[in-house]
Design a protein around this ligand. Structure first.
Ligand SMILES: *Cc1c(COP(=O)(O)O)cnc(C)c1O
Length: 356
């Protein structure tokens, strides 16, 4: 039967249906396995990761590898670049990604070409001769969207195309499945919407079925570099993914409503909302101080970094010294959770009114 993604998120990654079997996979706490099988040590694999990898792979349409964090997965993908190679990345990619690439570039390991996420022609031009195109759409926190199919169409006219990766953390496979467009690998901070409860860090790389070569290299890299998740963390993310579709359905509907009302609010200069998913950003009238005041004045929203939890979160991104300088000082990123939409609006509205 061809099951829909929402059903697969619930049905896969379970123990075999035999009488008396548990309904959920156990948290397998072991460092080693009895000899005689291909997997003999727990840095190579673990049954609890495998249950999660089965579900994430099915949702994205590829083969998943779980990592200790989103950055663990991104660093693994960057490791695919040969020494002296070229990486193309959007200017407003996640600041950990841009900082990692800057660190690698400073070490002489690679060269970075920075592009605007919404400029397809510039991305295709920069990708000529590059080894890795590390896209992120929408970008964190500027919410720019890349027309990935148009980029791939442009690349198909080149002799040698780079490995194309997409960070799908913001959209989640509920909103977009980049492997279906022809991307080679999708990366996730599963810490965010996939886990969904702000209680765990975990990352994933999901490799296109036809790129067994990349899967093999990434698996070897994970085993040798050791950025592996704990089994309890994998179990928590799997538990979170079971409700991904209902959480996103609710949060996305609320995000659309908030975007519409914020656009009409006099204390808001600009709303950045891609019309899908549950993330948005606003530029608050009155600069950095007013933006900070909004974050301090909310009571239902949580003033904290990170995103994707059941609780709505917000923060002024430029409070982080590592944030890219072209992100406006007055930009507040909003991660919409699953609380009542009117409660979220009322809280945000009173903060915007008092901050001005
Ligand atoms: C948070 C985040 C990451 C990093 O993930 P961690 O799990 O914190 O290591 C990568 N990309 C995006 C878009 C993120 O939001």
């Amino acid at each position: 039967m061809d099951l829909s993604p929402a059903t697969r998120a619930v049905a896969l990654g379970r123990p075999e249906r035999t009488p008396g079997a548990p309904v959920n996979p156990p948290v397998t706490l072991t460092s080693t396995y009895l000899a005689g099988a291909p997997v003999n040590y727990a840095r190579v694999s673990n049954p609890t990761w495998e249950a999660l990898e089965e579900v994430l792979g099915a949702l994205e349409g590829g083969h998943a590898l779980a990592y200790a964090s989103g950055m663990g997965a991104i660093a693994a993908v960057v490791s695919l670049v040969p020494v002296g190679g070229v990486v193309v990345v959007p200017r407003h990619a996640y600041n950990g990604t841009t900082a990692l690439l800057a660190e690698r570039a400073a070490a002489g390991a690679l060269t970075v070409r920075t592009v605007e996420a919404d400029d397809v022609a510039a991305i295709v031009a920069a990708a000529a001769g590059a080894d890795l195109l590390l896209l992120e759409t929408p970008t964190n926190p500027m919410m720019e969207v890349t027309d990935v199919p148009a980029v791939l169409a442009g690349l198909s006219r080149e002799d040698r195309r780079p490995v194309v990766a997409v960070d799908n953390t913001f959209a989640t496979p509920v909103a977009q499945r980049p492997l279906e467009w022809g991307v080679d690998v999708v990366v996730h901070s599963a810490t965010k919407y996939l886990a969904g409860h702000s209680d765990v860090l975990l990352g994933a790389a999901v490799v296109a079925p036809e790129r067994a070569d990349l899967l093999e290299r990434l698996h070897t890299h994970r085993t040798l570099h050791g950025a592996i998740p704990g089994p309890m963390e994998a179990w928590l993310v799997l538990r979170g993914v079971r409700t991904l579709h209902v959480r996103l359905e609710r949060a996305s509907a609320t995000a659309a409503l908030l975007a519409e009302r914020l656009t009409a609010h006099p204390a808001v200069e600009r709303v950045r909302y891609p019309r899908f998913g549950a993330m948005l950003a606003v530029e608050v009238a009155g600069g950095a101080d007013a933006a900070e005041a909004v974050c301090a004045l909310v009571g239902v929203w949580t003033h904290s970094t990170s995103l994707g939890g059941v609780e709505s979160q917000l923060e002024r991104r430029r409070r982080h010294p590592l944030e890219v300088r072209s992100v406006p000082e007055n930009l507040v990123r909003l991660s919409v959770g699953i609380e009542d939409a009117e409660d979220l609006w009322a809280d945000l509205e009173q903060a915007l009114r008092s901050a001005g």
